[in-house]
Write a protein that binds this ligand. Structure first.
Ligand SMILES: C[S@@+](CC[C@H](N)C(=O)[O-])C[C@H]1O[C@@H](n2cnc3c(N)ncnc32)[C@H](O)[C@@H]1O
Length: 263
């Protein structure tokens, strides 16, 4: 890259054009942090809803993996953060949830998604992380099952298989998930979901993002005191697991190894 261009880039302020225009920053590393649940003048989702998704995550995924007019699906949309972000960004969107909290979210159990095979351009899902939040009394709510119970992963695998089916080949899914530390026991929920997606459902890995957790109910003086006194850690991040449905294409330029060089 010519030196003048490098200098020009280095001189640019760290506050991007997007932030000036009330958009979140375009994330370029695998550590994503945003101090608020939403951005801009219009709220996205309901920040009073326990378990609401940080809107900047969906905004960042849209910039990288979709174009205007693409169809995005959120199978567990609840208060509709994905719907609000997608509509503002000119994407078509369908949100489902077993317990809708937004007028445009359709009631549906995401173990069966009423959409055709290979019809969707991107999926975002923020599933329950175990039974830590009481979302509803519906027995079909997967958030009724503990993350220590193998059934939790079996039920979420059914959801993952539906997502795989409706995605077009080569298209991307982001799954937001957090680990669990309850009653002195750590459960690596994120690793287990990653393993299920890649090993069992056969999604191709793209990357693993750490999203800083803010404004959670344990972010109080009392919990920080307990974490120190009883020697445990409060959850500081969630994973955004980025995967894609294979497109069946072989690598365009297969790697040629010059074996003579290694003799
Ligand atoms: C972390 S919340 C999603 C938050 C949402 N993205 C938002 O911003 O409001 C998880 C959601 O999964 C939903 N859920 C649990 N089991 C489900 C199922 N079998 N089918 C569809 N939704 C389900 C719950 O009702 C809950 O709303």
């Amino acid at each position: 890259m010519p030196k003048e261009i490098k200098d020009k880039i280095n001189q640019q302020p760290l506050i991007s054009q997007e932030q000036e225009n009330d958009k979140p920053p375009f994330e370029t590393t695998t550590l994503w942090d945003y101090p608020k649940q939403s951005y801009g003048k219009k709220p996205k989702g309901n920040n009073k809803f326990q378990g609401v998704t940080p809107a900047f995550i969906i905004w960042n995924m849209l910039q990288r993996y979709t174009k205007p007019g693409d169809l995005v699906v959120d199978p567990m949309a609840s208060s509709g953060t994905a719907i609000d972000v997608c509509e503002e960004e000119g994407r078509k969107v369908i949100g489902y949830d077993i317990n809708p909290q937004h007028p445009k979210v359709i009631k549906n159990d995401s173990r069966k998604i009423p959409l055709a095979d290979n019809s969707v351009d991107m999926v975002f899902i923020d599933s329950p992380y175990g039974d830590n939040v009481n979302y509803s009394d519906d027995p079909a709510d997967i958030g009724k099952i503990s993350a220590e119970d193998p059934r939790f992963y079996e039920e979420l695998e059914k959801v993952a298989k539906e997502i795989y089916r409706i995605l077009k080949p080569g298209k991307v899914m982001g799954w937001l998930i957090g680990d669990q530390w309850v009653k002195r026991k750590f459960t690596p929920v994120g690793f287990k979901i990653y393993q299920m997606l890649v090993d069992d459902v056969k999604f191709e890995p793209i990357d693993l993002i750490c999203v800083v957790r803010r404004n959670q109910s344990s972010n109080t003086r009392l919990w920080h005191y307990r974490a120190q006194k009883f020697n445990f850690f409060l959850r500081g991040f969630k994973y955004l697991i980025l995967v894609k449905k294979p497109d069946g294409k072989k690598m365009e330029r297969p790697l040629k190894v010059d074996w003579k060089k290694y003799k």
